[in-house]
Design a protein around this ligand. Sequence first.
Ligand code: ZN
Length: 167
Amino acid sequence: MSEENSVVSEGKVVVFHYTLTDDEGETIETSKDKQPLPYLHGTNQIVKGLEEEMEGKSEGDSFQVEVAPAKGYGEKQGPGPQGVDRSEFPEDVELYEGMAFTAEAEDGSHLPLWVTSIEDDEVFVDSNHPLAGETLHFDVDIVSIRDATDEEIAHGHPHGPDGTQTH
Ligand code: ZN
């Protein structure tokens, strides 16, 4: 493997640090106080606008990218948060604001939902990702780039920064 080939492209596992801020410059999340994040390029594991910007980047590169909702978590859609009785949820599940879960529709399809608030026995849920409608500002540092293993390609996700993590 030559150094020149170590750029982000399909089939590479990219390990990166990031800080995500909103339009006001408030930090939404950051990896900088924890481990950098590995992802398998070309599999939609990270938002589209960020994955596109990653393409062709090299180890050690730092860059900033602004991602519009259409290439981030989508525009806000639907009627907004709907109230559901607490009893509709399993009793042993601890619910919290921002919690993601999957609901099964009558036709058997799966719908991702998020808890937006909890008021007494009423749980408000919404089909929009909490960051839907937001312009995302990413500050990225590429820590490493390596070829994915055959197993990682088959699974469609990385097995840790060095590919040896089991699950
Ligand atoms: Zn796997």
